[in-house]
Write a protein that binds this ligand. Structure first.
Ligand code: NAP
Length: 552
């Protein structure tokens, strides 16, 4: 038996998983949380969830899903606001802990905290507004339907328990209470979070606030669980979750390797489930000649700052910059280099991430076609002999590499994400070569197009090329900074995500956790309230082809 949760949420981790409202202690596999800036070990020691605990969390989520099946949407909205309030209430210790675990500065984490709790509240509003469920009623005898037919009613219904995997680089906004968790809870699905081993304390403290809100708002305790993962058990726990028959979907944010592995597991089950994977991205930036002629230095400074933001560890940092050679491109690369020189080395999220970054940069540098435009003295050192990772703070300083357009299509490595403060400038000889290079990459979260007055006729094919390959298209702007809004698309063709038909940010993210169900000839008492004639929730519906809030 686990220990019941304290009613007061302290902002202090205990080092154990939270399963269905109880602290789930075991003495099995233990691991530490490390202060990235100094390498010091933080207290407490963490215990990874055992296979039995993974199964218990999944089974309890399944039971909770069935027990709460008839809860009205207002109750799901009512869960999200106390979650947000509970997390805000522990904001100060939470940010301090997250900063110690990740080396991300408190100012950025405070902004991330506001975004996280703002997103929870936004989903509550969307659930209450109700139209997101796409309710449709087709009555017999309506135009185009014979009166002999039966009424058809359709809407999105929840899938069931969702497993959530957050990324290391956004310990709040893409982690325990990030959009995947918030959108799944909003969609009426229980959630089991697999804690990220690079911020276990942050994850557990956020989980306490969610677990307390679950109990406070009358949900079955199994509606939310948080599993610590580390000490060599991390990937097993992920696999056990995605394989578990009670888990009906998974949300993943992280590397392409991780996303691919979990997608394969989800698909190879006897009953395959959707795994929504948001992965790494190259985020191409195209600067057309007119833009290079008009304000090369201004654009270069913006791109440099975007590249180096968060030590280059954002999924939307620009990784490939496409230019046509000439006076403007020289000014651009010089201004970019000058701006990067002003940016000092920063601590990366973990030695493992620094080691991956180092390897990717060194692999590029080994190719004779690559030139270093800036940062010859900043080439990351290889790990010490016999060691996989560097000891102490894992630092990286911005760098800029280049390759001639004629060589760009020769090596697949040029299309790899460099998760760190380095980008590759592709220097083309003419517009035709530029177009050929731009069409070499396949999928990206974002694509930026800088266009000057002289580019009006030149821009359309480049805009179309980006549209075919990217989730979000930015005109005369940099890709970092993802707004939480209805029109946002955070996704894109593979490898940016495995589901280009969805977005991991904004209200539409909820639709990932539901599926359409059609009710034929169903009586009112068996229908969800959204589909009853009298429209008790007052939501917008498509009735006989026309959008309306009126009862029918
Ligand atoms: P990561 O190493 O892939 O980790 C993400 C999560 O997936 C962790 O919980 C990790 O577990 C788990 N995982 C990874 N490989 C796995 C496997 N084979 N089997 C089971 N679980 C697995 O990524 P990260 O280093 O935290 O984050 C950096 C990456 O995330 C970058 O590529 C970045 O571009 C991407 N990212 C994407 C977005 C987006 O919205 N598209 C946002 C932020 C970050 P363990 O670590 O415990 O093994």
């Amino acid at each position: 038996m686990g220990e019941a949760l304290p009613t007061e949420i302290t902002g202090r981790p205990f080092g154990v998983s939270l399963i269905a409202g109880e602290r789930a202690d075991t003495q099995d596999v233990q691991f530490d949380s490390i202060t990235q800036a100094s390498g010091a070990t933080l207290q407490p020691t963490y215990t990874a969830a055992s296979p039995a605990q993974v199964s218990e969390a999944a089974r309890k989520a399944w039971s909770a899903f069935h027990a709460a099946g008839l809860m009205p949407p207002s109750q799901h909205a009512a869960l999200l606001r106390p979650c947000a309030d509970g997390i805000d209430a522990i904001g100060e210790p939470l940010v301090a802990l997250a900063s110690a675990e990740t080396a991300i500065e408190p100012a950025r984490l405070n902004a991330e905290l506001a975004r996280t709790t703002g997103t929870l509240r936004m989903f509550a509003d969307v659930v209450e507004e109700g139209s997101w469920v796409d309710a449709i009623i087709d009555r017999p005898g309506a135009e185009g339907r014979p009166s002999s037919r039966q009424a058809l009613r359709r809407m999105l219904r929840p899938l069931g328990p969702v497993a959530v995997f957050g990324a290391s680089n956004f310990p709040l906004a893409y982690s325990t209470a990030g959009t995947d968790t918030a959108s799944a809870l909003a969609a009426g699905c229980p959630v089991i979070v697999k804690g990220h081993p690079l911020h276990p304390g942050t994850g557990e403290v956020v989980a306490q606030a969610i677990a307390a809100s679950v109990l406070e708002t009358g949900f079955p305790a199994g509606w939310f669980s948080f599993l610590h993962a580390g000490g060599g058990r991390e990937q097993e726990i992920g696999e056990e979750l995605v394989k578990h028959p009670c888990v009906r979907a998974a949300g993943f944010t992280g590397s392409r390797t991780g996303g691919d592995a979990l997608t394969r597991i989800g698909l190879s089950r006897p009953d395959p489930i959707p795994v929504y994977a948001e992965m790494g991205s190259v985020n191409p930036v195209i600067v057309l000649p007119g833009a290079l002629a008009s304000e090369p230095e201004k654009i270069a400074r913006r791109v440099a700052q975007s590249l180096a933001a968060a030590v280059g560890q954002q999924c939307t940092c620009p990784g490939l910059i496409f230019l046509i050679d000439g006076e403007g491109s020289d000014m651009f690369t010089k201004a970019m280099s000058a701006e990067l020189e002003l940016i000092e080395a920063g601590v990366m999220l973990a030695p493992r991430i620094q080691a991956n970054y180092t390897r990717t940069v060194r692999e590029l540098l080994a190719l004779e076609e690559i030139k270093v435009l800036f940062g010859t003295d900043r080439v990351p050192a290889p790990p010490p002999p016999g060691k996989k990772e560097v000891a102490g703070p894992a630092m990286a300083a911005p760098m800029l590499l280049s390759v001639a357009g004629e060589h760009f299509r020769q090596h697949a490595e040029f299309l790899n994400e460099m998760f760190g403060p380095c980008a590759l400038v592709v220097q083309c000889q003419n517009e035709q070569e530029l177009f050929s290079c731009v069409t070499a990459f396949v999928g990206s979260l974002t694509g930026s197009l800088f266009v000057g007055d002289a580019d009006v006729d030149r821009a359309p094919p480049f805009a179309r090329a980006l549209e075919q390959r990217c989730g979000r298209l930015i005109f005369n702007g940099v890709p970092t900074g993802v707004e939480v809004a209805w029109a946002m698309v955070h996704g894109g063709p593979y490898p940016a995500s495995n589901r280009p038909d969805t977005s991991a940010v904004g209200p539409t993210a909820m639709k990932r956790w539901r599926r359409p169900v059609c009710y034929q000839n169903y009586p009112a008492n068996l229908l969800p309230p959204e589909l009853r004639d009298e429209n008790p929730l007052g939501i917008e519906r498509r009735v006989d082809g026309t959008l309306t809030r009126e009862p029918v």
